[in-house]
Design a protein. Structure first.
Length: 128
């Protein structure tokens, strides 16, 4: 089974890849929106919880990508599942429908724990 991931130590290469990805992967995109995680009452997640969520996500680097995987499986990931699990570990369940055995981008978008921060439209988001 092939596993795809990028590992680079050359910072110049990493920056070139990031710039290429920003330019090419977002090309022609529309309705780009930025969201944040909050409590169901709208209180922002704390800095500590945001850092812990990111740290958990980074620990999964190099794990295999697999679309058909249970939410309880912590050894293979797809994008929405990883985002969900990062926040679930912090006490935020980002599934709009908790009866689902999967999580999708629309589940995260429609969950009461997410709030739109900015609507970029078709404008390319700024670099990190």
């Amino acid at each position: 089974m092939l596993k795809w991931f990028i590992s680079a130590t050359n910072i110049r290469l990493v920056l070139l890849l990031q710039n290429w990805n920003r330019t090419n992967l977002w090309k022609g995109a529309s309705k780009i929106k930025q969201y944040k995680v909050t409590s169901k009452l709208g209180k922002n997640a704390t800095t500590a919880k945001r850092k812990s969520a990111v740290a958990y996500g980074l620990k999964q680097k190099g794990e295999p990508y697999k679309l058909k995987t249970a939410l309880t499986n912590e050894s293979s990931w797809y994008c929405s599942k990883l985002t969900h699990k990062m926040w679930d570990k912090q006490g935020y369940d980002l599934r709009a429908d908790i009866l689902n055995f999967y999580v999708s981008p629309s589940n995260i978008k429609n969950d009461l724990n997410t709030r739109e921060v900015k609507n970029w439209g078709s404008k390319l988001p700024s670099a990190y």
